[in-house]
Design a protein around this ligand. Structure first.
Ligand SMILES: Cc1cc2nc3c(=O)[nH]c(=O)nc-3n(C[C@H](O)[C@H](O)[C@H](O)COP(=O)(O)OP(=O)(O)OC[C@H]3O[C@@H](n4cnc5c(N)ncnc54)[C@H](O)[C@@H]3O)c2cc1C
Length: 793
């Protein structure tokens, strides 16, 4: 990972860079890895990282002059159930977008490609043709040589023992051989990353997990053949199986918590260098038995060698790439559990972020600030093991997994659980997803399933009557002081509300004009503001705020996320309902849409904001955490006569897509500008300077390269999720970002970015949806209440 970054920083022309290595290059986890580089990963942006490596590695020897043993074997992943096959179809769309070759093939074809594989119970295979495997040391050394050829320096046998922040803002990096002063430090210490993070007073949720593969004796069938078999990946055996020269190699991801963490505290000693652990065949046996059934030729060959090494594993799977919360110029390039496959791509896109302020791919899912203090030791291990064990499970949409939960809860958690609430987790928070009123459990699927109608009922209740939603997970900040207004006007593209009580939707941009954050700002007094942002952005936006301050500015910034709860009351009956509980005048004359004020509801003093993300008359109520319980009870009682329902985030997605509301992290990302996202109305160029202004103005004068479109899809029993290819004729012209079924308007809807010439309303495109080509019509306005009459009602 470190060498991958070094290579790409150097390639971008940055040569004043030094890599410090305590032992030899690769002597951590890399030297013993099996070296597979799969294309098929169930995350659109991670798939881009893998694809980048698979494109670079075959050329690396030519580029650097260093031998690389790239085996272009390709890979076949096995499907045994319909859901596996649906996932393949989804991934096939992603492959068309990203540009790696993938075919879905039947058992007979699998047999033709690998005649030694038993296809009993096999439904299909995902055959990826551009991946393979390589000796990890060869890849690492080639990138190291390439980097030094381009001016980078590598210092081996030089352990970093301490890192100190100097008054200048630079870092003093203390090594066994002396000190180095660095403007920027990147922690790429693999299994030691936690220790290196602790040198700067922080910690990381990375569990080091033992992982084993076995190498068999020579296999006669391989000896008799010139062609190499693809890397086989099979959920039934929870393993990868491939050829290692003329022997076999089988690696197992055991589940049911059989894996072990390396060292009780989760990280190794400094002395650990090119270390392996005693093998534990017993742990592998159930899976190895299955693998031998799949590839009976391995049985004859016997086991020659077992490798048991350490994998650094973050709680959710993807690597940790980006800044550390609260620190400046201290980055992470670690936590990769597929560091061989990912090393080059992680280095490529992190180098862009470090040097230019943004990466060309969406880094939201890799940003280390997706974890906060809630991700302690128990959380990290429970989630890390869970994710490790599920390596060959098909990722199912909406699947809720139990490990490490609950971690952050609203005061209503128990109460809503007894009412049937099914939760989803965001930034540690348990947030209502849907309500199981009859005890049903969700049958996870890529297609409409047994909660489709339940969610429809929640949506219709909000559109026709009134619903209540616990959105306590919102990130919340109080910003106050003499300079608060000027400060917010400088770091946001929109103008801050001029009137007390005014509410504005505002975006934080990078210097390049790309979208870094989205916040809702309410002006409480002359010099105090209340800010709300996405639950998952709590630490990122706090960094934007804190790091955006100038010396001498008089303002204070407080993260009040844990102090206030949030209840959303939305629907045409919401005013009548609230009027039963408050003396405050809720009429349009005194409480307009997009205004907020302190009122008392059911005896609870709270901040009430007339906004919501579902496009109905409604209020967000922000009481203190202690008052949430009493407030909810009072609302529920008062709501009975209006047919009040609890609703969750599944319904929110349906309601917001009907209103064409964009989502941070999906439509609004570091890849795009406000102009790309068709959000120019939220920019106020005339208010003076703000971060990203020059770049945005410059882009305004240039030809556009992509544009956000909102569309209606002629879909059957599935909806757009993001990552699907968009076609004009046979040409792939863009990618979807999110979508869902609009239950009120009875339409399948979505967003995507396309080439601008295809963005005109009325344009007919097609979308690759689970293997079908579905017609999609570009539409100009929200399909529900485009004039916002209901919000203003
Ligand atoms: C058995 C096994 C098989 C695997 N197979 C695959 C596979 O097929 N494909 C795949 O993609 N991945 C595979 N992996 C995972 C892969 O090995 C890791 O994801 C990858 O090696 C992580 O790379 P890294 O650069 O983050 O860590 P490392 O390779 O450990 O590099 C970190 C380096 O930092 C150095 N270091 C640490 N602390 C300091 C310090 N204080 N000062 C200076 N230097 C320091 C270490 O010495 C080390 O060399 C496998 C892992 C195992 C255990």
């Amino acid at each position: 990972m470190g060498v991958g970054l070094l290579y790409h920083l150097a390639e971008e022309g940055c040569s004043d860079i030094l890599l410090l290595e305590k032992g030899e290059l690769t002597s951590g986890s890399t030297w013993h890895a099996a070296g597979q580089c799969p294309s098929l990963v169930g995350n659109y942006n991670l798939a881009k990282i893998h694809a980048y490596g698979n494109n670079l590695y075959p050329r690396l020897e030519e580029l650097t002059g260093q031998y690389v043993s790239w085996h272009a074997s390709g890979g076949i992943r096995i499907a045994r159930a319909q859901e596996d096959l649906d996932w393949f179809k989804y991934m096939r769309g992603i492959s068309e977008n990203i540009g790696f070759r993938m075919e879905i093939i039947g058992p007979d074809e699998i047999k033709k490609i690998n005649p030694f594989f038993d296809t009993t119970d096999v439904l299909a295979g995902a055959w990826t043709l551009d991946d393979g495997h390589a000796d990890p040391a060869g890849l690492c050394n080639a990138m190291a040589r390439g980097a030094t050829n381009m001016g980078a320096t590598i210092e081996k046998h030089s352990r970093v023992t301490d890192i100190n922040l100097l008054p200048s803002g630079e870092w003093e990096v203390v090594t066994e051989k002396g000190r180095v002063i660095a403007e920027t430090v990147v922690n790429a210490a693999g299994c030691n990353a936690r220790q290196v993070a602790q040198m700067v007073g922080t910690d990381l949720p990375i569990a080091n997990i033992e992982h084993q593969y076995v190498v068999t004796g020579p296999v006669q069938e391989f000896v008799d053949r010139d062609e190499e078999i693809p890397v086989m990946r099979d959920p039934y055996t929870s393993s990868y199986m491939r050829q290692e020269q003329k022997s076999g190699l089988i690696g197992i991801y055991e589940h049911e918590m059989l894996a072990e963490a390396w060292a009780p505290i989760g990280y190794p000693s400094w002395e650990s260098d090119s270390e392996l652990f005693p093998d534990n065949l017993e742990r592998l046996m159930p899976w190895l038995g299955r693998a031998m059934k799949r590839m009976p030729i391995f049985e004859e060959a016997g086991i020659k060698r077992i490798v048991n090494g350490a994998i650094p594993h973050p709680p959710d799977g993807p690597p940790m790439l980006g800044p550390v919360a609260g620190l400046q110029n201290y980055w992470l390039c670690c936590g990769s559990s597929f560091g061989i496959a990912q090393g080059a791509g992680c280095g490529k896109y992190l180098a862009q972020w470090m040097l230019y302020g943004d990466s060309e791919i969406n880094m939201t899912g890799f940003d280390p600030r997706r974890f906060g203090p809630f991700a302690g030791d128990d959380y990290m291990k429970a989630k890390g093991f869970q994710d490790y064990g599920m390596t060959y499970f098909t990722p199912l949409p909406g699947e809720e997994l139990p490990a490490g939960r609950p971690s952050r809860t609203s005061p209503l958690y128990e109460k809503l659980t007894t009412k049937g609430c099914v939760y989803t987790e965001t930034f540690g928070w348990e947030r209502p997803k849907w309500y199981s009123l009859d005890g049903r459990k969700e049958d996870y699927s890529y297609r409409h399933n047994n909660v489709f109608k339940v969610v429809r009922d929640e949506c219709l209740a909000v559109r026709e009557r009134v619903g209540v939603l616990d959105l306590t997970g919102f990130a919340k900040y109080d910003v106050s002081g003499k300079d608060a207004g000027d400060f917010l006007n400088r770091i946001c593209a929109n103008r801050m509300p001029t009137r007390i009580g005014g509410i504005t939707l505002a975006h934080i941009l990078s210097a390049q004009g790309r979208i870094a954050g989205e916040i809702t700002v309410t002006r409480l007094t002359d010099d105090s503001y209340y800010l709300l942002s996405a639950a998952g952005a709590e630490l990122r936006d706090l960094d934007h705020l804190l790091q955006g301050r100038r010396d001498g500015e008089q303002l204070s910034i407080e993260n009040v996320t844990d102090k206030r709860g949030v209840l959303v009351i939305a629907g045409p009956k919401s005013r009548e309902l609230l009027a039963k509980l408050t003396d405050a005048d809720l009429s349009n004359g005194t409480f307009r849409w997009l205004t907020g004020k302190d009122i008392t509801v059911a005896g609870v003093a709270l901040r009430a904001l007339r906004v919501n993300y579902v496009g109905e008359l409604g209020w967000e109520l922000h009481p203190t955490m202690q008052d949430m319980y009493a407030l909810y009870d009072a609302i529920w009682e008062a709501g009975r006569e209006f047919g009040l329902v609890d609703f969750g985030l599944y319904a929110v997605n349906s309601l917001r897509i009907e209103k064409a509301y964009r989502g941070w992290g999906a439509e609004l990302t570091n890849e795009v500008t406000m102009i790309d996202a068709d959000m120019e109305r939220f920019i106020k160029f005339d208010k003076g300077d703000f971060v990203g202004r020059d770049a945005t103005l410059k882009q305004r004068d240039q030809e556009r390269v992509m544009q956000l479109v909102y569309f209606e899809v002629d879909a059957d029993d599935s909806d757009v999720r993001g990552g699907e290819p968009i076609f004009m004729g046979e040409k792939c012209t863009g990618v979807t970002t999110s979508g869902g079924y609009g239950h009120f308007v009875e339409k399948s809807l979505g967003f995507g970015y396309v080439e601008p010439q295809f963005a005109k309303p009325g344009t007919e495109l097609t979308i690759g949806l689970l293997g079908d080509r579905c017609k999609a019509l570009v539409i100009a306005d929200a399909v529900h209440d485009p004039a916002n009459e209901r919000l203003r009602a």
